[in-house]
Structure formats: structure tokens, C-alpha cells
Write a protein that binds this ligand. Structure first.
Ligand SMILES: [Zn+2]
Length: 117
């Protein structure tokens, strides 16, 4: 009934909780234009490198040519970065080229400028 003395000092329960899927958030960071680095979910301190241009990953599955979750994640991240970059650029060009008043949609103006209209 009463908890034994050593129950509070044992770390076994915490260890299993730390590896539950809900707790394991994938950590990914961009290291280059097409390269990403993902931390291993299962092994602490292990990172894998992804090349989204050549669809390669440095993990065991990736070296066999399989599409691992790192690569899936890296591709998603790449898309996200690309979208964010485009939005950032579009926002900046619109601000630079347009005076205070905006009469045309920024996208249309950019298109016309690009074609010299
Ligand atoms: Zn991988």
C-alpha cells in the first residue's frame, strides 16, 4: 500500500515516458540551401543529414535508398522555407516599388514589371 522508499529514486519509469511518441518532437534545422539536419528520435545525440535536392539521407534507411521520415520532414521543411522566402520577397518588392497607396494587386504589378509592361 504505502510507497517503498526506493520508488522515488528509480528512474526507470521516467526513461520509458521520455521515449513515448507524443514526447518525441522531431527536431530539424536547415544547414544549407538544400540540406537539413534532423535529430534522431530514437538515439540521443545522433543527427542525420538530408539532401532534398538529391533525396538522400545519411541514416540507415536513407543509405539503402528508402524514403525515411527524415527526408519526408526535410521536404516539408523545404517547402515551408520556400513559401516563407517567397512571401518575404514579395512583401519587400511590393513595399519598395509601390508608393504609400496600392492601386493594383502586388502580384499583378510584379508580373507586369517582370515583362516590361
Ligand atoms: Zn533518414
Amino acid at each position: 500500500m504505502a510507497p517503498t522508499d526506493d520508488e522515488g529514486t528509480r528512474g526507470a519509469l521516467d526513461m520509458t515516458q521520455a521515449t513515448t511518441p507524443a514526447d518525441a518532437k522531431p527536431t530539424i534545422r536547415r544547414t544549407g540551401r538544400y540540406t537539413f539536419e534532423t535529430k534522431s528520435r530514437t538515439r540521443a545525440g545522433v543527427t542525420h543529414t538530408q539532401d532534398v535536392l538529391h533525396l538522400k539521407c545519411s541514416c540507415e534507411a536513407g543509405e539503402k535508398g528508402l524514403r525515411c521520415w527524415h527526408l519526408v520532414l526535410a521536404l516539408q521543411a523545404e517547402q515551408w522555407y520556400q513559401r516563407a522566402e517567397e512571401q518575404y520577397k514579395a512583401h519587400n518588392t511590393a513595399r519598395r516599388r509601390q508608393p504609400a497607396t496600392m492601386t493594383r494587386p502586388a502580384g499583378m504589378a510584379a508580373l507586369q514589371e517582370a515583362f516590361g509592361a
